[in-house]
Ligand binder design. Structure first.
Ligand code: NAD
Ligand code: UD1
Length: 352
């Protein structure tokens, strides 16, 4: 069994990716501080995994800890070697992700997202583990670039969160350039990951104020929030509302599995940045319409002013991920709406 360290694996994208990797026979060591997640994810993954040949315990270990803790990281790598399961690759999700918070507390974002990544990368070097899949974001692209956005678009983030993602990509590139070291690196630049596993047992459990559209939509559908506020109806789009590339969380999880497989097969060093999106733009009104149709419900909404920092249209050119990894999104907007609502219905209070 191949041994993989997953940082931030208890979170939204991390937990779905863990499930995908468990089903594909990897041994996972997860480190998470639970700053934005819950240890209860373990029971959920355990029950989703039951029925497989391997026992869950033999394949999954969750450690509470912070990626900035050098001593803890060292002990994780050392223990893995002592257990004859040296860590072969890292999938690095751990980090903070609120754009708004990053603007108010930039030093925290640089410390966790960049500082934490530096600590992790130094320990990886020390223990000869030089395969990494990094969680990057489409938010790093120049917001004046025209969609579909290709990986060649200018990198010019406008907020601290995006700047920390671009900084880690830059650092990874410097490591790769030092050819004596043989790093194999893939940055996955996610568009808008949404939805949940089709069982409704794992999903997105946002803490504090909700900023993103899909979890907000779920709360309106459940009646917990009265109405959706749509940020602007005068964007230069077909119906005047913002257009984004919504990708089903399990398709995103599958992209991580394929990226990992690709890295582990590769003999030489390499550095790749891949857009992970469907390649299709959907407006806020289109998303609402599909959600209402699929879930037979009504989403009350009002139009309010545009949100500062928003762009009209953002969707991916995803050919590179398709040609390199053989990855293709298999689920559509209806699957997203159905699975996302199922999670909300079954877990109105998230994992608590
Ligand atoms: P999430 O908050 O659900 O998951 C991140 C996990 O990392 C959480 O479980 C959190 O507790 C943990 N964590 C945070 N700081 C940590 C630290 N210092 N040490 C250890 N664990 C820590 O977020 P997510 O949506 O699953 O995102 C995962 C990654 O993908 C993040 O790096 C995020 O920036 C990136 N990303 C997310 C999106 C999105 O829309 N969700 C888009 C682009 C990129
Ligand atoms: C936001 C972040 C982006 C981050 C991404 C994923 C901003 C400016 N951008 O992107 O950096 O990578 O989340 O975490 O915060 N909308 C409403 N009402 C709402 C919420 C959203 O109308 O209550 C609209 C937005 O204007 C947008 C669309 O819905 O047109 C999607 O919004 P959201 O889910 O926040 O994602 P992004 O704007 O793509």
């Amino acid at each position: 069994m191949r041994s993989i360290l997953v940082t931030g694996g208890a979170g939204f994208i991390g937990s779905h990716t863990c499930l995908e990797l468990l089903k594909n026979g990897y041994y996972l060591i997860v480190i998470d501080s639970y700053i934005n997640s819950s240890p209860k994810i373990v029971q959920r993954l355990n029950s989703l995994f039951s029925g497989s040949r391997q026992s869950f315990k033999e394949q999954f270990k969750l450690i509470k800890g912070d990626i900035r803790d050098k001593i803890l990281l060292e002990s994780i790598f050392k223990d893995a070697i002592n257990n004859k399961m040296p860590i072969e690759a890292v999938i690095h999700f751990a980090g903070l992700k609120s754009v708004e918070e990053s603007v108010f507390n930039p030093s925290l974002y640089w410390e966790v997202n960049v500082g934490g990544s530096i600590t992790l990368l130094r320990i990886m070097e020390q223990y000869n583990c030089r395969n990494i899949v990094f969680s990057s974001s489409a938010t790093i692209y120049n917001c004046n670039c025209k969609s579909p956005l290709s990986e060649e678009c200018e990198i010019k983030p406008i907020n601290t969160y995006g700047q920390t993602k671009a900084a880690v990509e830059n650092l990874l590139f410097s490591l790769y350039k030092n050819k004596r070291m043989d790093w194999r690196i893939i940055n996955l630049r996610y568009f808008n990951p949404v939805g949940a596993h089709s069982s409704g047992m794992i999903g997105e459990d946002p803490r504090g104020e909700i900023n993103n559209l899909f979890p907000y939509l779920n709360r309106v559908a459940s009646g917990a929030i009265k109405e959706l506020r749509i940020f602007g109806n005068n964007w230069p789009t077909l119906d005047g509302t913002g257009v984004r590339d919504y990708i089903h969380i399990m398709d995103l999880a599958n992209a991580h599995y394929l990226a990992l497989k690709y890295l582990l097969k590769k003999k030489n060093s390499g550095f790749l940045s891949l857009n992970i999106g469907t390649g299709k733009g959907t407006s806020v009104l289109e998303l609402i319409k599909t959600y209402e149709e699929v879930n037979s419900c009504k989403i009350p909404f009002i139009f309010v002013d545009r949100r500062p920092g928003d762009v009209a249209i953002s969707f991916a050119k995803n050919n590179l991920a398709t040609s390199t990894l053989g990855w293709k999104p298999k689920r559509d907007l209806s699957d997203i709406c159905r699975d996302g609502w199922k999670w909300e219905k079954l877990n109105p209070n998230g994992y608590t």
